[in-house]
Write a protein that binds this ligand. Structure first.
Ligand code: ZN
Length: 139
């Protein structure tokens, strides 16, 4: 029998059906907004905003991004990126992969997905992909 360690690392648990449904709804609304942004403007985004959406990815701060998104829907190119991420997440939801890390297969966890509904990697794997010491990551 395997000895279990008391209070080891907190492992993210798989999504419950309710959590999955909630995230699915949020993805749908994100997609709707991204699609609206894509159709509304076909122009290029200004550097600052472009950077925001480029950094958004699965690790970005979606709360901030969503606020920016509301405020400035001018970024068709970046909105397209967001749209692609959201669509990929929805596809993963259909295929049953949603909520599992693309790299290691571990559960990504509701807390992380709640902050980043389109996250495809667990914190550890995402961190490993990002350059360590990239300066001041904290906001
Ligand atoms: Zn992982």
């Amino acid at each position: 029998m395997v000895a279990r360690h008391a209070g080891g690392e907190a492992k993210a648990s798989p999504l419950s059906p309710a959590e999955r449904e909630e995230l699915r709804v949020r993805l749908v609304s994100l997609r709707a907004r991204a699609e609206a942004a894509v159709t509304r403007t076909q122009g290029e985004l200004k550097g600052e905003d472009a950077q925001l959406f480029r950094d958004l990815g699965p690790t970005g701060d979606w709360a901030v991004a969503e606020a920016e998104f509301e405020r400035d829907m001018a970024g068709a190119a970046q909105a397209r990126d967001v749209l692609a991420l959201v669509k990929a997440a929805e596809q993963r939801m259909h295929s049953g992969d949603y909520g599992s890390c693309e790299d290691c297969g571990a559960a990504i966890g509701y807390a992380r997905l709640s902050a980043s509904p389109a996250a495809i990697r667990c914190v550890a794997c995402q961190g490993a992909r990002e350059r360590p010491g990239r300066g001041s990551l904290s906001r």
